[in-house]
Design a binder for this molecule. Sequence first.
Ligand SMILES: C[S@@+](CC[C@H](N)C(=O)[O-])C[C@H]1O[C@@H](n2cnc3c(N)ncnc32)[C@H](O)[C@@H]1O
Length: 467
Amino acid sequence: MDYLPIFLSLRARPCLLVGGGGVAERKLALLRAAGARVTVVAPHVGEEIARLAARGEIELTPRAFDAEDVRGMALVIAATDQDEVNRAVAAAAEAAGVPVNVVDQPGLGNVVMPSIVDRSPVVIAIGTGGNAPVLARMLRAKLESLIPQAYGELAGLLGSLRGRVRAALPDGTARRRFWERTLEGPAAELLFAGRRDEALAAIERSLARSDAAGPNEGEVYLIGTGPGDPDLLSFRALRLMQSADVVVYDRLVGETIVDLARRDAERIYVGKAPDRHALSQDEINQLLVRLARAGKRAARLKGGDPFVFGRGGEEIETLAAAGVHFQVVPGITAALGCAAYAGIPLTHRDLAHACTFVTGHRRADGSEPDWAALARPQHTLVVYMGAAALAEICAKLQAAGVPPTLPAAIVERGTTQAQRVITATLATLTEQGKAAVVRPPALLIFGEVVRLREQLAWFEQTAPRHD
Ligand SMILES: C[S@@+](CC[C@H](N)C(=O)[O-])C[C@H]1O[C@@H](n2cnc3c(N)ncnc32)[C@H](O)[C@@H]1O
């Protein structure tokens, strides 16, 4: 290790910043965020530094650097674009025994500034010993996406409870178990979801039980995983998948997505092929209740969005009735994903002012969508679960008055590497679909907007095919 990572308290302590340009401004913001009393030394400064000096928030010495400037400082930063000035600052600080950082010149000075993920009071510093700042920034971007903004709030909340927990659980092991359970249980997730009062109540309940070895309170995460491309998962979806003990999924969720769950999580496949339900909907609902009651955090993965033709509502109705905690994470529904990856805008100023999502799945009572109402001009119609009834749907639309020349498309396995898009007209779509031997899942799109695909297709040109 070339550098020892430490966190330095600069609150109300004097710090010197040499330089007045854009780089100096960014360092000044950091020093001020840490509560330092900053003196800037530079013959010329930018607007922001001048403004802060005019308001008395920093001290400005508008002249060239002098070695005496480092005296009594807690930290010195050289942020000029002049090599000899930076060297002089580093030499003066080192001679005076003051830690010094020279921006972008780790060979000078004895402090390197890390890339920072700031969820104060949680702060993560990433250093590469000055070797590869870009790598540090990339790592930081990854961490930024994985660590919820509310982590700071969580740390603050836990800090405020430390005294009480110490009093209630004097035994160190019991206390550690309590904190682990709190952080892994629903309290943290409730806080991340902005439900601070409920989070606090969950912690209180857990503390009241004070049996630190007792089971966690379980929770169900109903997660929309999008239409197939794992890159379309939300940060929240990924985080909850990685914290769940059990993953419950069906055929619409690809293996590449299921594989993103925690490695040691139990996986339960619940089927749901059109004619082959491994578990009935009611059995799935009951399974989720059982898992939560056993103290598990269960991620119920749904293709697309859980509330769009996904029966997600029914699953959480059962949970709500059973008093089980749950959260719903929206996903990109197939219509949005398929349209985007097929280059078919669903609305367009000149071609479509409205868009309807409808299911082509025949209901048990035989009732059907109002095809005449859906056959409007300047309107895009997206049919989910319609491939099996393609011929019937096309015939009904024509019977309802839709011109046979209306452009139409089938998007098969949209957003995945195996995506296929078949374009035709209302009159020819059935025949084209049959010839192409469409495989599920597939979505139908009817409307003038389909025409735009000719210019806007982008995905299949870049994605390798795996037919
Ligand atoms: C039971 S619905 C689930 C819809 C899902 N909840 C959503 O929001 O996308 C299943 C239907 O969604 C459509 N679908 C889902 N994923 C798809 C994909 N990757 N490509 C084409 N259609 C898809 C198909 O019409 C399929 O029959």
